[in-house]
Design a protein around this ligand. Structure first.
Ligand code: PSV
Ligand code: MN
Length: 428
């Protein structure tokens, strides 16, 4: 079991402590002059946790190829070890989100105990009815929850119920359903019938949820079906969630939008209707590119957090009741480094959005002053909040510089030494 000792992290931090003190003091002086409550921002950053999906720990592939990075986790235990390693470095990824059947826990109690050793809990569980498994009776080639055949739908519903069972054993409180169902050619599918069958299947799944669980319905405009997807957009997900019940919510995967979609406005509308269930964070240039969060559109991420904070002023449970998760995997980076970068980008967007002068923004809006409103957003967005993030990490015994520490401790080298060079993690 590879573990990074907190005393090692402390030693590593000492090398950069003076430099950090200097930049933190400098930023504090500036923020205090703007009347910003630094301690309250730090408290938010210290408590904020984002889940890591069990499928993002190996190098991702495209249909053209896959290039294993070496030391990839060979089983669920090793995936937990990986999440534990980055959590030790940043103390902001304290949860794992499992994809079943890629990561079926053979002994749930043992898995739970192992996760606890790394201070990890289990976030939403994800079902998979987009691939056929070897022992499966009916194929999902033409869909699952929306399928024309009752037997296929029943099989897909039963799978979701199994996933809930695993999730209950691990302490999860939500099921995320993403459907690949749809059609590739005009005329192939009756849109309305497919949608109604999906609603009925989801209702059956919802009815079997434990009373403190939520059903998160993910949407996606295209891929793997290229003519139509049964749940292509937030409107369809929202409509389904509204019909199905209070604990059915919409899940926003940032990559599941057509270029230039105003995602922050979608988030605001869902928040307004109490239907935002959670996020899958990633970034994209075109669509579901699975790039590192914040690598392409950090301003968009900041604007999303702006909406969340705006809502949290009225309903402060928003942050607790939302499922925060990264959903990315691509084939050129060390996946653990990628996750560290994603966590940094998410925390930066959150911290910057916390700096917005909301009173002044309200006044600018009320006075129809778009110039002032933009200046206020830009002032917050342009602030280098990295010293705040470092301070938050320091206070929770994490690394001042998680990426630097990851390289300094030669974590990948240790993983390769233990697991070998040609292991391939389950996932896509
Ligand atoms: C589909 O593109 C998706 O975003 C869904 O969340 C899946 O569960 C995940 O990626 C992994 O394939
Ligand atoms: Mn997703």
């Amino acid at each position: 079991m590879i573990k990074i000792d907190s005393s090692k992290i402390e030693e590593f931090n000492q090398q950069n402590q003076n430099q950090h003190n200097h930049s933190f003091e400098f930023l504090c002086t500036e923020l205090i002059s703007q009347g910003i409550d630094i301690e309250s921002i730090l408290t938010n950053l210290i408590t904020f946790q984002v889940a890591v999906p069990s499928w993002a720990l190996g190098s991702g592939g495209t249909r053209f190829g896959r290039f294993p990075i070496g030391g990839e986790p060979r089983n669920l235990e090793e995936k937990i070890e990986d999440v534990g390693l980055i959590h030790a470095l940043n103390n902001s990824s304290g949860a794992v989100s499992l994809h079943i059947p890629w990561d079926i826990p053979k002994d749930s109690q043992a898995i739970k105990d192992l996760a606890a050793e790394y201070n990890l809990v289990f976030d939403a569980v994800n079902s998979n009815t987009f691939q056929d498994q070897v022992d499966q009776e009916y194929s999902y080639k033409y869909g699952s929850l929306s399928h024309t055949s009752k037997q296929v739908r029943e099989q897909a519903v039963a799978h979701n119920k199994d996933v809930i069972k695993f999730g209950e054993e691990l302490g999860s409180k939500a099921l995320t359903v993403w459907l690949a169902d749809g059609s590739n050619f005009p005329g192939q599918q009756n849109f309305r019938e497919a949608l109604n069958r999906t609603k009925d299947s989801l209702t059956e799944i919802y009815d079997s949820l434990p009373s403190d669980w939520r059903l998160l319905i993910e949407y996606k405009p295209f891929e793997p079906n290229f003519y139509s997807m049964v749940i292509p957009d937030w409107g369809t997900s929202f409509m389904l969630a509204s019909k199905i019940g209070d604990r059915a919510k919409t899940l926003v995967d940032l990559g599941h939008h057509l270029p230039n979609t105003n995602i922050e406005q979608i988030v605001a509308i869902l928040l307004n209707e109490n239907k935002l269930g959670g996020f899958h964070f990633n970034d994209s240039k075109y669509a579901d590119d699975d790039l590192t969060t914040g690598s392409i559109k950090p301003y968009q991420l900041f604007l999303i957090f702006n909406e969340l904070i705006d809502e949290s002023l009225n309903h402060n449970e928003v942050f607790e009741s939302t499922a925060w998760m990264i959903d990315a995997s691509h084939n050129v980076k060390d996946p653990l480094e990628d996750l560290i970068q994603s966590l940094e980008a998410i925390n930066q967007a959150y911290a910057k959005a916390l700096l917005i002068n909301r009173l002044a923004l309200k006044q600018a809006r009320d006075n129809n002053d778009p110039v002032k409103a933009q200046e206020l957003l830009q002032t917050a967005f342009q602030t280098d909040v990295r010293p705040l993030l470092r301070e938050a990490r320091l206070r929770k015994q994490a690394a001042l510089d998680p990426l630097g520490a990851y390289r300094y401790f030669e974590v990948r080298k240790q993983l390769i030494a233990k697991r070998g060079t040609d292991t391939v993690a389950t996932g896509l």
